[in-house]
Design a protein around this ligand. Structure first.
Ligand SMILES: [Zn+2]
Length: 216
């Protein structure tokens, strides 16, 4: 059940969205919570101003593939893998956090096979930090029910790293309520990531990667 003092890390994936991301930033600012935005490279052309604002307000910006289209388990050639990783990192430029956070696209929240050997090699060579997740409450498909799902998930995880999406206004209108409930519970918002969700740390393999859950 709800634990006072439970650490919680929030992340927002699949943006930036020129209309939705600013509202999310307003809400986070009101609650004085810092998070990470894992952005899709091909959305930066339309949403760059929102990512710049996020960075200016103390949020971290990570790389969440260029196209967000095919998990590496389904397409593993070097040309595709390198484009998904490196093209976005180049497009981010100075927006990218210096630790080079990369979150793979797993498809429907799946971690298994989100990386492959080619991607692992590239992330290690490029000294990336590969950030996974352990809570996907499904705000993208359940715009009104995700808060209750998230609270149930959070109760079962020692240090949740929650994936939300700053692309659906209908879902994000519940963000303020969600944060208020967590504050009332005495949650402690962290910007850093639980070690159990870090597969590669500044280019070094971790035991999470070696456990084989993410790469096939
Ligand atoms: Zn995603």
């Amino acid at each position: 059940m709800a634990k006072t003092g439970q650490r919680i890390t929030l992340s927002f994936d699949n943006g930036p969205h020129p209309d939705v991301t600013p509202g999310v930033l307003d809400t986070l600012e009101r609650h004085a919570i810092k998070t990470t935005f894992f952005v899709v490279g091909n959305k930066l052309a339309a949403g760059r101003a929102a990512s710049e604002r996020a960075q200016a307000e103390g949020h971290w910006i990570g790389n969440h593939t260029w196209s967000h289209s095919i998990p590496f388990r389904d397409r593993g050639d070097a040309e595709f893998v390198h484009a998904e990783i490196d093209r976005t990192q180049a497009e981010l430029g100075g927006l990218a956090h210096p630790d080079k956070f990369y979150r793979p696209y797993g498809g429907a929240g799946r971690i298994d096979g989100a990386l492959n050997a080619t991607a692992v090699r590239r992330l290690i060579d490029g000294k990336f930090t590969c950030v996974l997740w352990n809570s996907v409450p499904g705000d993208f498909s359940d715009h009104d029910g995700w808060v209750e799902t998230a609270l149930r998930q959070i109760d079962t995880i020692e240090w949740p790293l929650v994936v939300l999406h700053d692309i659906h206004a209908a879902a994000m209108r519940h963000l303020d309520r969600f944060l208020g409930i967590l504050e009332d519970r005495g949650s402690v918002f962290e910007q850093t990531f639980p070690a159990s969700c870090v597969a590669i740390d500044h280019g070094r393999r971790t035991e999470i990667l070696d456990s084989g859950v993410v790469a096939n």
